[in-house]
Design a protein around this ligand. Structure first.
Ligand code: HEM
Length: 206
């Protein structure tokens, strides 16, 4: 049996998507250690450093991130003619999942740009420490930057796993409503957690 190239690329898009969803939720939980204090955050960061998870894992995630976005870009309507056609179809269908796809496309562009800048800045300034992160966020510009990136990435990740589940059949029709609710709750939870993390960094005295 031969598998077509578009099917292989679709598989790769799904696998890189799953990796990134898992990574983003773990990344938020890692950052949440700052709520316990800089000691807890620095111990975790030291652990990642000791086992080369930051030095090797960081660039590996950056690569998965870029591959995922380039694969997904195949499906984005790039010309204004395609975009107009898509918008009028979405209006006609009044289908919520079609609108979710639009949020997915818009958030993808923001996440690609800001996410790439963020990874470059963090990975070229290793080791990660609570003091360095706090200093960055307290400059103000980075706070605005993260306030934009945070909701965009959580929306992208939440809608992403929901749409993956529907497309690949992990979420059956009967469970669709429950899955959508779970997605809303999880996305709200991670946005709130991210805001608490930012406030905690902001209030950390140097
Ligand atoms: C390459 C792996 C990554 C590492 C090592 C990393 C590390 C960090 C660190 C140390 C912070 C604290 C703030 C700072 O130091 O500036 C942070 C915050 C943040 N990161 Fe990452 N990051 C990575 C990938 C990503 C990706 C791929 C995204 C999304 C595209 C992302 C989104 C965020 C957001 C939104 C915050 C703000 C904190 C929050 O409120 O949750 N990070 N990251």
């Amino acid at each position: 049996m031969t598998t077509s190239r578009p099917a292989c690329l679709d598989w790769l898009q799904m696998l890189t998507g799953i990796c990134l969803v898992v990574f983003m939720y773990l990344h938020a939980l890692f950052l949440a250690s700052i709520i316990l204090g800089p000691g807890a955050f620095n111990s975790l960061a030291d652990f990642f450093e000791k086992y080369y998870l930051a030095q090797k894992g960081g660039p590996a995630i950056a690569l998965v991130f870029l591959v995922h976005f380039f694969l997904a870009a195949r499906k984005i309507p790039l010309s204004s003619r395609e975009q107009k056609k898509f918008l009028s179809a979405a209006k006609m269908f009044r289908h919520r999942d079609t609108w979710l796809w639009m949020v997915q496309v818009v958030s993808a562009v923001v996440v690609l740009l800001l996410g790439a800048i963020h990874m470059w800045v963090v990975l070229t300034d290793l080791p990660i420490t609570a003091e360095k992160s706090a200093a960055r966020i307290q400059t103000g510009y980075w706070l605005v930057f993260y306030m934009l990136l945070l909701p965009m990435v959580e929306l992208h990740v939440g809608i992403g796993w929901y749409r993956l589940g529907i497309k690949w059949g992990f979420i059956k029709s009967a469970a669709r409503h429950r899955a959508k609710r779970a997605e809303y709750y999880l996305t709200t939870f991670f946005i709130l957690l991210g805001l608490i993390i930012l406030v905690r960094f902001l209030l950390l005295s140097s």
